[in-house]
Design a binder for this molecule. Structure first.
Ligand SMILES: Nc1ncnc2c1ncn2[C@@H]1O[C@H](COP(=O)(O)OP(=O)(O)OP(=O)(O)O)[C@@H](O)[C@H]1O
Ligand SMILES: [Mg+2]
Length: 479
């Protein structure tokens, strides 16, 4: 039973006492009153075996909504729906109905065998300003009651458990966002991309390796803290257009339930603006820089300097040049060193987990400094569609596990380069009824045509010139 109920019978007695107290305050000297007050509180302390802690909804002079109150509200919402008799319903984030306990309700909780009681309440705050418009000055609070013998257990471990769990519930229930930068400011829309790793066309083993890597990262807070590294990880996705790089980023965000920051580097004026934008990103987010090779002349700047033979640039590590280059940067230019500087330095100081993902169609064009391990930890190649990827697409688009044309299509995919985007286009149902035969035939014919027109993989690969960087392609040192 809630302790307040037990002591409710004291209510009338206390009412009488308060009347006596009011008379006492008016007619007896201050010193005497102070003594009586002190001893009476001590007496109550002996009789009342419980401790109460109040968490107000608004705190501080500027009446900010208390973080603790919000966390407790989230924490109690699951308990309220099963225990409280009067509930409040609200739709949060345009998503689902969230129930919480109404004012003056009570729920109990248990932590490691210790029982505690939560009560919600409200009071009307005194008006500070004169207003013609009726102002709702209701202030809500949660009151936690527990036995004073359990003080250490509750004030330490239990309260931190409540706050941690409450924050985790908020993160789980939050509506995820896709941020884009308009110059130096982020604006956002709701992120609702349906891509998942299940629907991503890729070899099962490779896919599982990426999923494992992401999950391990998201749970590795203690590990990163122990080895003294910032909780960050860099991914480089490279491959021809239409092979699923952007789709994979959406799948990553959905898997980890992270927000996405799509950073358009060409819209960023200079390194200072870049720094500000990156510092504003929140934890549990993926920062994406698409087409890093053409976002800026990142590689060109270094090469130009080398060609000109500028003494500070020649043969030196980009990190050594940072200070100089930053200072010299023309307005409306983000430099490679500015970006590296941030990834290595300031960004690491931002609390919380973050992924940074670069995509490119031309990995060989990138400056080796940008994609070295430690900056871009995992390099993932997304390539042309093979038989395994095709089967994933056929399952997604046509709900098909097998078909007589599958072996022939599989053989052709081994010889012809066709992106998953192109394959998907053929598998897209042309009619509402979604005729499987039409789709597969269309793909089969396109592959045959491609083969006849000389798009043979083997031939092209033989012709391909390997640049020194491509020779030590990141795929060779994949984790
Ligand atoms: N691996 C894949 N799995 C599932 N769908 C894919 C895959 N690759 C491409 N697609 C389909 O093709 C479309 C284009 O893919 P996506 O935008 O991810 O390619 P990209 O590699 O980012 O291309 P770009 O280099 O031009 O940005 C997607 O909408 C998706 O439907
Ligand atoms: Mg893309």
């Amino acid at each position: 039973m809630f302790p307040a109920t037990i002591f409710a019978n004291f209510g009338s007695a206390i009412g009488g006492l308060m009347f006596v107290w009011a008379i006492f305050q008016q007619y007896f000297p201050y010193e005497l009153r102070r003594h009586v007050e002190k001893y009476s509180q001590r007496m109550v302390g002996y009789v009342y075996p419980y401790i109460q802690i109040t968490f107000n909804e608004f705190t501080g002079e500027r009446l900010m909504r208390s973080e603790a109150y919000s966390a407790i509200e989230n924490y109690l919402s699951s308990k309220s729906s099963t225990q409280a008799k009067r509930l409040k319903g609200d739709i949060k984030n345009n998503q689902s109905l969230v129930l919480s306990m109404d004012d003056h309700e009570e729920v109990d909780d248990e932590f490691k065998g210790v029982k505690v009681w939560w009560a919600s309440g409200k009071y009307i705050a005194k008006q500070q300003t004169v207003s013609y418009v009726p102002v709702n000055d209701e202030r809500r609070y949660y009151k936690l009651t527990f036995h004073k013998w359990q003080r250490d257990q509750i004030i330490g471990p239990y309260l931190s458990h409540v706050l941690k769990e409450g924050k985790a519930i908020r993160v789980r229930n939050r509506q995820r966002k896709l941020y884009t930068n308009n110059g130096s400011h982020w604006s956002h829309v709701v992120f609702e991309h349906p891509a998942t790793f299940e629907t991503l066309a890729m070899e099962a083993e490779k896919k599982q390796d990426i999923v494992d890597d992401l999950m391990a990262f998201s749970k590795a807070e203690e590990f990163y803290a122990r080895i003294g590294r910032a909780w960050k990880r860099g991914y480089l996705l490279y491959g021809p257009p239409g092979t699923g790089k952007s789709t994979m980023i959406a799948a990553m965000a959905n898997l980890l339930e992270y927000d996405l920051y799509d950073l358009e580097l060409t819209a960023v004026k200079d390194n200072t603006e870049l720094r500000r934008l990156l510092i504003e990103t929140t934890s549990k987010s993926i920062i994406v820089i698409e087409d890093i090779d053409c976002s800026l002349d990142l590689t060109g700047q270094r090469k130009q300097r080398k060609e000109k033979g500028e003494e500070q640039g020649e043969g030196r590590d980009p990190k050594e040049k940072m200070g100089k280059e930053d200072g010299e940067a023309k307005p409306s230019q983000v430099t490679l060193s500015g970006l590296l500087n941030f990834i290595d330095g300031l960004w690491s100081a931002c609390r919380g987990e973050r992924l940074i993902v670069f995509t490119t169609n031309y990995v060989e064009k990138l400056d080796a400094a940008l994609i070295r391990k430690g900056r871009m930890d995992k390099h993932i190649e997304l390539s042309y569609c093979n038989y395994e990827s095709f089967k994933v697409l056929a399952r997604n688009y046509l709900k098909l596990e097998s078909h007589r044309l599958f072996p022939e299509i599989g053989a052709l995919l081994g010889e012809v380069k066709m992106t998953p985007a192109d394959v998907a286009e053929h598998l897209m149902p042309k009619k509402l009824s979604g005729d499987v035969e039409i789709c597969l035939h269309s793909l089969f014919q396109a592959l045959q045509k491609e083969k006849e027109s000389g798009g043979l993989k083997a031939e092209e690969e033989a012709k391909e010139e390997k640049t020194p960087l491509a020779a030590e392609s990141p795929s060779s040192n994949k984790k």
